[in-house]
Every structure is written in structure tokens, then in C-alpha cells.
Design a protein around this ligand. Sequence first.
Ligand code: AMP
Ligand code: MG
Length: 350
Amino acid sequence: METLIEKAGENDTAVYEKAGAIIKNGGLVAFPTETVYGLGGDAFNPDSSKKIYAAKGRPSDNPLIVHIAEMSALDKLSDNIPEILYDLADAFWPGPLTMIIKKKQAVPSETTGGLDTVAIRMPDHPVALQLIRAGGGYIAAPSANASGRPSPTLASHVEEDLNGRIDMIIDGGEVGIGIESTIVDLSGDVPMILRPGYVTRDMLERVIGTVETDPTLMKKTEGGRPKAPGMRYRHYAPKGDMQIFAGEMSSVAETINKRVRQSSRRCGILCSDESIRLYDDKGIIIRSLGSRTDLRSVALNIYRALREFDDEGIEEIYAESFDTEGFGQAVMNRMLKAAGYNIINTEETK
Ligand code: AMP
Ligand code: MG
């Protein structure tokens, strides 16, 4: 299959007409959102959802998120909509928050990975919203990466992973946030965060009171199974072995420099603007993810940096750890997953 690649801004109506027709005919279109690029199909067409799994090489028990552009679209998805969904939508939609509620029978089980709940989001991106409207109002979309690779933050990342496997890629430039949406499950007694993202627990609690967090998110657990099926897979994985080092900046840099000197493999370092000068630059790749005072830049750069390391054939990745306060929890959750929860405290190993 030839993949059509088109650049588009909000007003490129011809592109949306073409893309909307592809979606309505059961085809797949990758598109930018404010979080990461998504791979979209008609959420009410079971064959479209099957095609999404096939194109990504994704296990079919891992449900997709249904993207909508209007609040009125909720009626076709659920007849069991809790009041707090409206409160959270008022505060955060359109935006990087996905909410899970009980689904209507008509929502295909192919789209929800066999679950009786559905995950819904209204993205805050003009291209995404135009595409959803042109495609009939309901676009099922996971991230537009091949399963197991870091999520795409640029159209070129989607092309690398899915060229020839999908009908179209809409190139709307770089995304704004760089990591996936916060997922909160509203189908149980107490709202629970299944995946941390830009919308933090504090932000949610200010609107709806107590919110719990899936306890398996920040550490490797023995018996505990993450509640979002997607969080069980080793997502976000670079090709190289990744280790994260925590502790005071100088001791982290000292430990990493020592390990890199002792290694005979191709090494790469992920650090911060504040620490980059502490590393020995001996032909290895050193990338700053941004300033420690600006976690948004770290979030925006992490997947891109991991893809660059893959392209450079990096075999060992040494990464600094970042603060887990606020948005930092989402950033560290993705880094820990990329590292298979391999984190070392340099103060303890000295
Ligand atoms: P992605 O945006 O590609 O990371 O994929 C969507 C994420 O949402 C995956 O981690 C899914 O497991 C999760 N998800 C979607 N629908 C549900 C649902 N009904 N219940 C729990 N998790 C869900
Ligand atoms: Mg994904």
C-alpha cells in the first residue's frame, strides 16, 4: 500500500475531505494531536480497529482511545455517564486527558479490546479536531508507532514505523507535549489514574476530590498488574539497554562517566542542561533533554532522543533521573518503562 503524506494546517479543507473519506471507508490515517501522533480509524467499524492492531503489530487485547470533537458525541458511546466526567471535561477538554466509562453495546469490542468500558478523549489540536469531524465524529486511535517503539512526536517518526502499512499521514509539525495523555478510570467507585500524563493527580483532585493512582505505575511489581492493558507491555522501549541513575548531580555524572569509560559498547547519555558540562565527551553521544526547571522540554524531547539513539546504534543508554513531582511523575513513568524499571541510586552504591 502506498502511504499518502500531506502537510496540513487547520484550514486545508481538501486534505480533511480526503482524510475523512479514507476514515469513513475503513482506512487508516495518522494525525498529530497535542500529546503524540495518533493512528486513527473509524471507532464504530470493527475492521478499522483490527487494521490498527495489524499495522502497529499491537496485541488486540490492548484497547484504543476513542477521540471525539464535540460533547454531544458522548451519547453514542455510553448511557452511563457520571457527573464527574462533565466536571473534568469542563476543566480539561479539549486536552490531554482520557476518561474511561462504561460503554454502550454499539461500541465494537474490537475497539475496546474486549472490555465493557470505553476510553474517550477530546484532543486539543486543530488538525485532530478537523479530522475527527471530517471522519464522522469518532476516531479510535492509539499512538502511531510500531508496537514497542517510542511514541511519535513528529510525522517523520510515523513514516519510519508505518510507511506502506497505512493509507495516509497528516503532517502537522511537532506535537506540543510529547508524551501520551493522562488516563483516568471513572468506571469504578473511586476515580483512578491508570497512566500519568500532563494532567496531574493534583489537577484532577482540585476538580473532583479524591483520585487514586494505580500503584503499579512507578515500580516493577511482582503480582501487581497495571489496570490499563497497554501499561503491561514493555512500551517505549529503545533498542539499547537503558539504566537510570538517581542522586546528587555530581555523583550521578561521576558514576555514569566511570561506566562509560569501562564499557566497550556504543554508549549514549541522556542528561539535563544543568549537568551536560559534567560529562566526558569522548566520541559518545550526549543529549540534554532540557532544563530541570522545565519538565515540558524534557517530556517533548524524550521519545525523540530515544529514537535518535536507536538510529545511531547506541547499545547502552545512561540516563539521569528527574524529579517525580507534578508532571515529573509522567515523565519518569515513561523513562522507567523505557529502562525496564532499571534505576540505580548513586548515593547508595558509592
Ligand atoms: P496508546 O495511546 O497507544 O498508549 O493506547 C491507549 C492506552 O489506553 C493503552 O494503554 C490502553 O491500555 C488504555 N486504554 C484504552 N481503553 C481502555 C479501557 N477501556 N480500560 C483501560 N485502559 C484502556
Ligand atoms: Mg502507545
